[in-house]
Design a protein around this ligand. Structure first.
Ligand SMILES: [Zn+2]
Length: 469
């Protein structure tokens, strides 16, 4: 596995000037290639190379060829993603960088761990520069290096070096741990760990209101202040994401599967207003960073990380599967209306997430859907049509066999009907669970009012993959 470590360079004043000049010329080349790629809409690296290499080599003769090529490689990526975003309908401009970090590789730098020096190609020729290894990087020092980025940050020069570390050999275990990013606590795992601090929400809220007040003010000094607050918020989020991901990974056994809710682009994927629910979470900000932190920390412990669809995980009962909005009595308390099961609300959600993964693995093994798919969804179902499904399932003998309690999952229905649940007795609830490994296949339904004789054929057929029942 690969890890990026930061080496702090301690250059002489002359070397520092060379580093700065290299960085400046690299950035200039990057911007020049971006301009060509963007205006002529070239996203092919080879074509961009042919179009720009010789003119730029003439303009920047002191920059070694490989750095020129690396600047073109970085620019190609930037142009490619900008054009892809533009095609997706987003408003994007030509990629421009103030300081594009020069990328070093086997041709342009060599690290000597023994003497703690790096020899790298700069504008004034090859230079040997001393470096210090920060304590947190020390355990990865000495491994074979891949590429490196040269970064100037807070008045210091850093080399971000990618090292290849041997992957620990850990055999996967059967443990599956669901993680809910909760409303009462930042994260709750299905094996009863309550992680993170409640106070985070208050810090996040304070920064949010401060930012909004400064944006409203709009003066020059308010903008300066705003910039500082933005930096503070980003560092705060980064720090909490690191703490939370570390705790999540530490709470499972090596080789386990960690199941997260897939909250990426949730606003795009769901038509309903999810914003209120998102802001109610203690961990209300971007999910992508947390997920990436969990992923790389999990790799070291031989854990796999998967994401499942988060719909209804906070409303369904982890005991019987009954899903209703009013199951959730208050922030922290979950009481099932059907079976009376009572549990911490976030813990209940975490168990549902783990159960969703179990169910999707069973489906995948049976050649069915992949992990991120909803378990059972009946899209675009009118209230009356849903009532028809309910009565049919309740009437079908298959269903009676399947209404087994235990760790299970609920049948999902469209969000817009969630306040209009058809009344069914708890004995014959259609929102009951299907036993782990079971699957319920919805058949296509006719639109409109039910006609006489429709209930003869059940619209849902439950199948039994497990012979033990
Ligand atoms: Zn229940």
């Amino acid at each position: 596995m690969q890890r990026t470590i930061r080496l702090k360079l301690t250059p002489s004043p002359a070397q520092a000037a060379n580093l700065a000049e290299t960085s400046r010329q690299f950035t200039a080349v990057f911007n020049a290639v971006c301009a060509v790629g963007w205006t002529q809409k070239i996203t092919n690296g080879v074509k961009l190379h042919h179009a720009t290499y010789y003119p730029l080599k003439a303009d920047y003769p002191a920059l070694v060829s490989d750095l020129l090529v690396q600047a073109r490689v970085k620019a190609t990526e930037a142009v490619k993603s900008a054009i892809a975003l533009q095609k997706a309908g987003r408003k994007v401009g030509m990629p421009v960088s103030d300081a594009c970090p020069p990328r070093y590789n086997v041709h342009t730098y060599r690290v000597d761990w023994e003497s703690q020096t790096v020899r790298m190609s700069l504008i004034g020729g090859r230079q040997t520069i001393r470096f210090n290894i920060p304590d947190y990087s020390a355990k990865y020092a000495g491994y074979p290096v891949d590429s490196a980025d040269l970064i100037f940050q807070h008045g210091c020069w850093w080399l971000h070096v990618v090292v290849t570390v041997p992957t620990p050999e850990i055999t996967p275990t059967d443990q599956v741990v669901g993680v809910d990013l909760g409303i009462a606590r930042p994260a709750v795992t299905s094996n009863n760990h309550f992680l993170g601090k409640r106070a985070w929400k208050a810090v996040e809220g304070r920064l949010f209101h401060l930012k909004r007040a400064l944006q409203k003010k709009g003066t020059k000094s308010a903008k300066r202040h705003l910039k500082r607050v933005r930096g503070k918020q980003a560092r705060f989020r980064r720090n909490t994401d690191h703490i939370l991901s570390k705790q999540i990974v530490a709470s499972v056994e090596p080789g386990a599967a960690i199941v997260l809710e897939n909250l990426t682009d949730i606003r795009k994927r769901t038509s309903v207003k999810r914003k209120t629910e998102r802001s109610r979470r203690v961990h209300s900000w971007s999910f992508a960073q947390l997920k990436s932190f969990v992923a790389y920390k999990a790799e070291e412990r031989g854990c796999t990380v998967v994401a499942v669809d988060p719909r209804h995980t906070s409303q369904a009962c982890s005991c019987c599967g009954h899903a209703a909005r009013n199951n959730r009595r208050s922030r922290g308390r979950f009481v099932c209306r059907a079976c009376g099961y009572e549990l911490h609300a976030d813990l209940n959600a975490a168990r549902n997430i783990a159960a969703k993964y179990h169910a999707s693995v069973a489906r995948r093994d049976a050649g069915g859907l992949t992990v991120n798919q909803p378990i059972v969804s009946i899209p675009r179902c009118t209230r009356r049509a849903w009532a028809r499904v309910v009565s049919s399932i309740a009437a079908s003998q298959d269903w009676a066999d399947w209404r087994v309690s235990g760790k299970g999952f609920s049948i999902t229905i469209p969000d817009r009907t969630r306040n209009e649940w058809p009344t069914v007795s708890s004995e014959r609830t259609t929102h009951g669970s299907v036993r782990r490994g079971g699957s319920l296949t919805p058949l296509p339904m006719r639109r409109g009012a039910p006609r006489r004789g429709d209930t003869a054929a059940p619209p849902c057929v439950a199948t039994e993959p497990d012979a033990r029942a």
